[in-house]
Design a protein around this ligand. Structure first.
Ligand SMILES: Nc1ncnc2c1ncn2[C@@H]1O[C@H](COP(=O)(O)OP(=O)(O)OP(=O)(O)O)[C@@H](O)[C@H]1O
Ligand SMILES: [Mg+2]
Length: 260
C-alpha cells in the first residue's frame, strides 16, 4: 500500500538573490493505487511538486511521506518511477539497454522485478528491442521511458506531461495504454497535464493549482466508471467534469465572459 501524503508543504527558490515561493502551503493526499492528475497554468509548481515527491528537491517546510517513508528513503528502496516531459533516453543505447539502465545503476535486479522483455511487451514495443532511440517515433520513445520507469517495479509512478509533444490521436492511444499499464501494475500514479480532457479521462481525482505562488485551488473527484473508454469522451457526465475543472482553472475570468 503506497499512499502519498503532502502536508503543508512550502517550497521557496532563490532566483537572482530573490526568494520565489513556488509552492505555498499545499496539502494533498494521493490514495494508494489511485490515479491523480495535477493541472494548472505554467509556473504553478506542478513539476516542483513531483520533484519533491521524487526526492529530486527538498521542501522548504512541511512534510512528505511516500508509503509512510520520507521521499529519500522511498527513492533508495526504488519505490518511485519518474517519466519526464522529454523521453531523455541515452541515444547510443538500444531500447533494451535503455530499459535495463536502472538495473545497472541499482547494481542488479531488485527482488522479483519484471523482466525487461516483459516490460517491452507491456509498452507494445516487441520487435524494437535493438532499435536506437533516433529510430523511434516520439510516442515510441516515451513508451521506452515508461518501461524504464517501471523497471524496478516502483509503487509510485510520477508522470510529468509525458505525452505533451504528441499529436492528439497518438496521445489518446498512449493514454489508454498508460491506464492499462497502471491497472496491471497497481501503482499510485500522479500525472501532470495541461489538458482538461486528459486530466478528466485519466484520473480519479483532478487537483487544480494556481500560480504565483503555486497553490491548490480545489480537488475534483471524477466519478466515471473504469475502465475508461473512448466513448465516454462524448457523454454528458464527462462534459460535466470538464466544465468543473475549467471553472476552477479560470475562476472569475470565466464568469466575466459568460456574464458579459
Ligand atoms: N530549480 C529551480 N530554481 C529556481 N526556481 C525554480 C526551479 N524550478 C522551478 N522554479 C520556479 O518555481 C516555479 C514553479 O515551477 P514549475 O516548474 O514547478 O512549474 P510548472 O507548473 O511545472 O510549469 P510548466 O507547466 O510550465 O511546466 C516557477 O516560478 C519557477 O521559476
Ligand atoms: Mg512543469
Amino acid at each position: 500500500m503506497t499512499e502519498i501524503l503532502i502536508d503543508h508543504v512550502v517550497k521557496d527558490f532563490e532566483i537572482d538573490r530573490r526568494s520565489v515561493r513556488a509552492i505555498d502551503d499545499i496539502s494533498l493526499t494521493f490514495p494508494s493505487g489511485s490515479f491523480s492528475a495535477l493541472i494548472g497554468p505554467s509556473g504553478c509548481g506542478k513539476s516542483t511538486l513531483l520533484r519533491l515527491v521524487a526526492d529530486i528537491l527538498a521542501p522548504t517546510t512541511g512534510t512528505i511521506r511516500v508509503g509512510g517513508l520520507p521521499p529519500g528513503e522511498a527513492r533508495l528502496r526504488h519505490e518511485i518511477g519518474f517519466v519526464f516531459q522529454d523521453a531523455s533516453l541515452l541515444p547510443w543505447r538500444t531500447v533494451l539497454e535503455n530499459i535495463q539502465l536502472p538495473l545497472e545503476v541499482a547494481g542488479g535486479p531488485i527482488g522479483d522485478g519484471p523482466r525487461p522483455e516483459n516490460l517491452i511487451r507491456l509498452v507494445g514495443l516487441s520487435g524494437f528491442e535493438n532499435a536506437k532511440p533516433a529510430q523511434l517515433s516520439g510516442g515510441m520513445q516515451q513508451r521506452v521511458s515508461i518501461a524504464r520507469a517501471l523497471t524496478l517495479r516502483p509503487k509510485v509512478l510520477l508522470l510529468d506531461e509525458p505525452f505533451g509533444a504528441l499529436d492528439e490521436i497518438t496521445r489518446q492511444r498512449m493514454n489508454m495504454e498508460l491506464l492499462r499499464i497502471w491497472q496491471e501494475t497497481g501503482t499510485t500514479a500522479i500525472l501532470v497535464t495541461h489538458t482538461i480532457g486528459e486530466a478528466v479521462f485519466m484520473a480519479d481525482r483532478v487537483h487544480v493549482l494556481a500560480a504565483h505562488p503555486g497553490r491548490l485551488v480545489t480537488s475534483i473527484e471524477v466519478d466515471l466508471p473504469r475502465p475508461r473508454e473512448l466513448a465516454m469522451l462524448q457523454t454528458p457526465a464527462f462534459n460535466h467534469f470538464e466544465n468543473a475543472v475549467r471553472a476552477a482553472l479560470f475562476g472569475d475570468e470565466l464568469k466575466a465572459v459568460a456574464g458579459g
